[in-house]
Write a protein that binds this ligand. Structure first.
Ligand code: ATP
Length: 420
């Protein structure tokens, strides 16, 4: 543990990593006072102070050696010489070769799916690869189909964006106009048919985006997935690999999954098994729920409380509210010609009631109800903080002032209590 006032200096040799966790309700400041270092692929600036808040788990890696000053309460802070960074940079180099070939032949760059169990560092690995690509002047697409965390939108969504700048050392990738789809649950299994449909839709839109820009096309796509790898989870990974027409699948830390994919996927898909970093911290169910809450809070308030959300009333009559997916009925009760599956992706009009309280709502980009709302992207999110049935209004927390940008709202299962 470090003393808060003086701080502690860590001298790192080449190819080593400083790992630390910030104590609950504390913050930690780091400064690179000498040498060169990077955090998940983003270079640290010398003598710049970076701040990390409660619960953050961080790794500062150096290829050439550095000195890092750490101030504040860390739960653990240690230097490790055992890291998989050489393997990761080799993966990046192989992708870069594929990009060069794509440039020369005017074809598509590499499309990589990153898979593995929970807590093996999939998101961190994707961030490293995307950062390394951007540092070479590339503009790759980062897609996240993990509805449990929703790192590009909110939990309950899948998202993608073209990355033009390396991730901010403290706050991650800057999100300018990400493409976000509403799914509504934090587990793909809750509505697998809808989940697979949205993944395919996103892959289609990314392909169109790639066709519009030679640079994005040759830079390729990196897709982060959920740690759900058995049964239906495994099937949905294969489905995603097909939808994105991936060339490479990186399996982090699971030989069984690696062998299974090798047996099941066509030969032109290269499957690579990579080690996980010993620094990746396992998260309990409670910690995951907390991370989900933290992500929603960050959307409205910013990581450092630097956003100021608005609160206002919305009349029931001014919006059209829907849920995606109806409870399935036995086939014998369905009209002739309909399949039970169809109900899973059906848009169901919903009347506002008290049960909306604390639910996250997605604001659809659709402008009319006759559009394909289920497969239309969303513009942003609201949280219902009060429902007044007498006045037929509900109060929302919104990132922007009234009026709402659109009036078609989609209800999610995800709840957030706005306690300041
Ligand atoms: N080398 C490392 N040293 C210390 N902490 C790390 C390291 N790599 C990753 N972490 C931390 O470990 C946590 C889990 O990592 P990450 O989110 O990348 O895993 P994941 O496999 O994507 O998780 P999930 O199962 O939720 O998809 C994160 O808080 C991340 O910051």
């Amino acid at each position: 543990m470090t003393s808060e006032d003086e701080g502690e200096e860590f001298r790192l040799q080449a190819n080593s990593e400083l790992r630390f966790e910030v104590e609950s309700k504390a913050s930690v400041e780091i400064e690179m006072v000498d040498g060169q270092a990077e955090m998940f692929g983003t270079e640290l600036a010398k003598n710049k102070k970076y701040q990390y808040l409660s619960g953050a788990k961080v790794a500062v890696f150096t290829w050439h050696g550095c000195t890092i000053k750490v101030k504040g309460k860390t739960e653990v802070a240690y230097i490790s010489k055992e890291t998989p960074m050489v393997t990761y940079v080799n993966t990046h180099a192989a992708m870069e070769q594929m990009r060069e070939r794509a440039d020369a032949e005017n074809t598509r760059g590499p499309r990589m799916l990153v898979v593995g169990p929970q807590d093996v560092g999939k998101s961190s690995f994707c961030r490293i690869l995307v950062n390394y690509a951007v540092r070479l002047g590339r503009s790759p697409v980062l897609a996240d189909i993990d509805v449990g965390q929703g790192s590009l939108g909110l939990p309950g969504t899948i998202g993608a964006m073209v990355v033009e700048r390396t991730a901010d050392v403290e706050e991650g990738f800057q999100q300018t106009a990400p493409l976000i789809f509403h799914y509504g649950h934090n587990n793909p299994n809750d509505n697998l048919q809808l989940y697979n449909m949205l993944v395919s839709r996103m892959a289609e839109i990314i392909s169109v985006r790639c066709e519009q820009s030679k640079k994005v096309n040759s830079s390729g796509v990196i897709i982060n997935t959920a740690g759900w790898i058995r049964g239906a989870g495994y099937e949905s990974l294969k489905q995603a690999a097909g939808a994105f027409e991936v060339d490479v699948i990186c399996v982090l830390d699971q030989e069984r999954l690696y062998n299974q994919l090798k047996g099941d996927l066509p030969d032109f898909v290269k499957i690579v098994l990579l080690p996980k970093s010993g620094g990746v911290v396992e998260r309990s169910k409670a910690a995951r729920a907390e991370a989900r809450d933290g992500r929603i809070r960050e959307y409205f308030y910013g990581l450092k409380n630097n956003f100021f959300p608005h609160s206002f009333d919305v009349k029931f009559n001014d919006v059209k509210m829907f849920k995606v997916g109806a409870p399935s009925l036995p086939e014998s009760c369905l009209p002739l010609g309909t399949k039970a599956q169809d109900s899973q992706t059906k848009l169901v009009p919903t009347l506002p009631t008290n049960s909306l309280l604390h639910h996250v709502l997605s604001v659809s980009a659709a402008t009319a109800v006759d559009q394909d709302i289920v497969e239309t992207n969303v513009l942003g999110f609201l949280v219902v903080t009060n429902v007044d049935m007498d006045k037929s209004t509900f109060t929302v927390l919104s990132p922007s002032p009234r009026p709402l940008p659109r009036n078609i709202l989609l209800v999610t299962d995800i709840q957030y209590m706005d306690i300041k």
